[in-house]
Design a protein around this ligand. Structure first.
Ligand SMILES: [Fe+2]
Length: 425
């Protein structure tokens, strides 16, 4: 009696170990191997194997071997009807040498196919791993080291441990499926993003076509905004979002008369107020769309607001203006200054710097201007390999020797840290 109790305790602790192993293991094959080893050790069996039944196929795949011929590969064929019969085993295990009859009869074909091979490996017992009414694999077990026959108690313990192995196989498959789904979802999501970006680009091109004098303006504002946001340390998603906002900032112009947009002269007050409808019109166009990025309609709405409250459409002041709108605003103004317009040619760079200096704190946000200067300076001095600004501005517009000092000077004036350092020094 006492030895039976001890055996029971031993079995339970082995089961607990097995559960732990399955829960802890990141390596599926290692988990199956260890589980098999634990099972063999608990009952005192010298050899065994775990095979999985492949999904929608009749072949098996060997997951773990112990004590069998090294190059032995258990290549069993398990038909649909075999699986059903394995589920119905009265003892929960199939003895190779027993005569199969009754409900187990369908397995006689399985045995006649594999009996010789299994006997050659001294396998005596085949135990199916069953999870949620499906056979996921088979555990093949040799005879006990003591040569005693398996008792029904042994079979109980074996079945309990095999159930754990089955759960391990099942979990592994579920994880595999989840991973595959996640990858599919990720691909779909990337496709959708690409479609969205292409659509936005097409829109930007449509806006620029309407405005014949500012070809490529929307695209450049998108790219300038992106560079500034990157320099400000924004995350990848947010940077993508602001690029989109830049592309779309003038979408409201689609609602403004073409002759006002394309007027080859300075427009009068009435025309100007018509043109100034475009940020709010842009907001109305963009709001009903579900954008994968935050605040795009607001960035379009407020790209003509100014820190001093003299902008439009709402006359917001500094802290009321979203940072994204501040970035687009600077990108927009910078492009306006550095491209030819119907009534004026583009401004020389020192004049642009002069404008930025005069208007930072009134029209433009100091952090945004500083980030803009840093990014441009990095390109000019070759600190960054990319030439995004320089490409868009054209070859001869900037001169590193002349213009880098201008940028540095402005940066020194803007950067509160540098100012503090200068004050201390
Ligand atoms: Fe605009």
């Amino acid at each position: 009696m006492e030895s039976n109790t001890q055996k029971l305790i031993h079995s339970f602790s082995a089961l607990a170990d097995l559960g732990q192993e399955i829960a802890d293991s990141g390596d599926f094959i290692e988990m199956v191997r260890t589980s098999l080893h634990l099972l063999l050790g608990t009952i005192g069996i010298r050899r065994g194997a775990v095979v999985e039944c492949l999904i929608h196929r009749e072949e098996t795949n060997t997951l773990a071997l112990w004590g069998l011929g090294e190059d032995y590969q258990a290549t069993l064929t398990v038909h649909e009807e075999d699986r059903a019969a394995f589920l119905g085993l009265t003892e929960g295990a199939l003895r190779i040498d027993a005569d199969v009859e009754g409900d187990e009869q369908p397995l006689s074909a399985f045995l006649s196919r594999h009996r010789d091979e299994l006997r050659a490996q001294e396998i005596e017992l085949v135990v199916p791993t069953v999870v949620r009414g499906a056979v996921t694999g088979l555990v093949l077990l040799g005879r006990k080291a003591t040569d005693e026959p398996f008792t029904s108690e042994d079979i109980e313990v074996i079945r309990a441990m095999v159930r754990h192995i089955g759960v391990g196989i099942h979990t592994h498959r579920l994880l595999g499926e989840i991973k595959q789904r996640a990858e599919e979802n990720e691909r779909l999501y990337q496709d959708l993003r690409a479609i969205y970006r292409d659509t936005v680009r097409a829109f930007a091109a449509a806006i620029d076509v309407k405005d014949t004098y500012t070809q490529g303006h929307s695209e450049r504002v998108g790219k300038y905004s992106e560079i500034i946001a990157q320099e400000m340390g924004w995350g990848e998603n947010e940077v993508e979002g602001i690029a989109i906002a830049g592309y779309l900032h003038d979408i409201g112009k689609l609602a403004v008369e073409r002759k006002i947009i394309n007027a080859p002269y300075r427009i009068d007050a009435k025309e100007s107020s018509e043109l100034n409808r475009h940020p709010a019109a842009g907001f109305d166009i963009l709001s009903p769309i579900h954008h994968p990025y935050a605040d795009i309609p607001l960035m379009a709405k407020y790209h003509h607001e100014r820190l001093d409250g003299r902008g439009y459409p709402d006359g917001l002041t500094d802290t009321q203006i979203p940072i994204g709108a501040k970035i687009v605003s600077l990108a927009d103004s910078f492009d306006a200054m550095t491209t030819d317009r119907p009534y004026k040619t583009r401004r020389a760079f020192d004049s642009v710097i002069h404008d930025l200096r005069a208007n930072t704190g009134k029209q433009f946000d100091v952090q945004v201007v500083a980030a803009f200067c840093r990014a441009l300076l990095k390109e000019l001095t070759g600190e960054t390999k990319e030439r995004k600004f320089l490409k868009m501005l054209g070859k001869n517009y900037l001169d590193a020797e002349k213009d880098a000092p201008l940028l540095r000077e402005l940066l020194n004036e803007l950067d509160p840290n540098t100012q503090a350092a200068a004050a201390v020094g």
